[in-house]
Write a protein that binds this ligand. Structure first.
Ligand SMILES: [Zn+2]
Ligand SMILES: [Zn+2]
Length: 146
């Protein structure tokens, strides 16, 4: 209980009586409103909200960013599910499309990750482009030489 605030003038004469409780309420409302715009205020506001546990389907009161009912069993379950989800996502990433290509150099069939791959290996690619380059150089030399 907050008592009334009495304001006296320097001579000790009572000037004004302020309802302390009302003043505090107003002050708190004001502070709460201001805090509502800060991160702390948002967090405080979000603190209590209904969370539906995806594991046991129980509705509990918790933080807004809370994902489960908070029981250790459900937390463990959630970690497992998340891990499975993450690994399945990773698997998809590391398993790209595989294309069957025929090497332009040695004619060997090869599985490649790129549809545009033309050679079975770097060696074949080098051999092929090297021969073209050599041919080009020879042609150039021939044309220069007349
Ligand atoms: Zn649960
Ligand atoms: Zn090859």
């Amino acid at each position: 209980m907050i008592h009334d605030i009495k304001i006296f003038n320097p001579k000790g004469k009572l000037l004004k009586v302020i309802n302390g409780q009302k003043l505090m309420d107003e002050k708190f409302a004001d502070i709460a409103e201001k805090l509502g715009n800060t991160i702390w205020g948002q967090a405080a506001r979000k603190f209590r909200s209904n969370v539906t546990c995806p594991i046991c389907k129980r509705v509990v009161e918790g933080r807004a960013n809370q994902k489960t009912c908070g029981s250790s069993r459900c937390l463990r379950e959630r970690v497992k599910v998340r891990l499975r989800y993450v690994t399945s996502k990773k698997d998809k990433k590391t398993m790209p499309h595989i294309y069957k290509i025929i090497c332009k150099e040695c004619g060997k069939k090869q599985m490649k990750q790129s549809e545009k791959a033309k050679y079975c290996s770097k060696k074949c690619a080098n051999a092929f482009t090297g021969r073209i380059n050599r041919k080009k150089t020879r042609e150039m030399r021939l044309s220069i030489g007349g």
